[in-house]
Design a protein around this ligand. Sequence first.
Ligand code: HEC
Length: 180
Amino acid sequence: MLRRVSAVSVIASIAVLAAVGTFGRVWAGGDAAPVDYTKISPVDLVKNTPKGKLVNPYKDTQADIVAQGGKLLASYSCSGCHGGTGGGGMCPPLTNDTWVYGGDDDTLFRLVTLGSDELQKQGYTRIGHENVVGPMPPFGGIIKNADDLWKIFAFVRANYHGDPAYKFGAPPPPPEPANP
Ligand code: HEC
């Protein structure tokens, strides 16, 4: 009797471990191979990534990355239109809580890479209105690699000064209750 109980519990623990293993893989992003952003152009990254799946590997709390991003923003002449810290100039500020097409990493990466004309052709519409309305030129062929663009966005996020709830666009809906 005792032996049977322990056999059952062993089987139960194996089942639990197997389930945890499966969830672990799902949480880690499935079977997608890790991307080396320094070796892929923004254009190719956009082409190869399903809509909604581009996520900045950097955090805006990484001071060294943010500093590099600021230099890149100036070197790619983004600042000529958007101001030295992205706070706006002739063109919309990047650091307020109005996002023209959405404030998530994926939308911003596609906008800068493709430009606003191409983005609109792909079905995006202006949902937020800045004082300045005009086309954002495509930079995907100018920015050396995706890593540079992620660093620029780390800088943009670090300089954000709008409502914290809107930093990444409209606040997400409350989380769905976990599946039973
Ligand atoms: C020639 C001027 C110009 C240059 C250079 C430029 N932009 Fe823009 N950018 C714009 C305009 C105009 C818009 C608004 C687009 C629209 O309304 O469709 C915009 C929009 C944006 C937005 C969205 C802002 C929001 O509030 O939703 C981001 C992010 C952005 N640009 C980043 C960049 C980056 C990064 C660079 C450099 C790699 C850059 N821009 C270079 C003119 C420019």
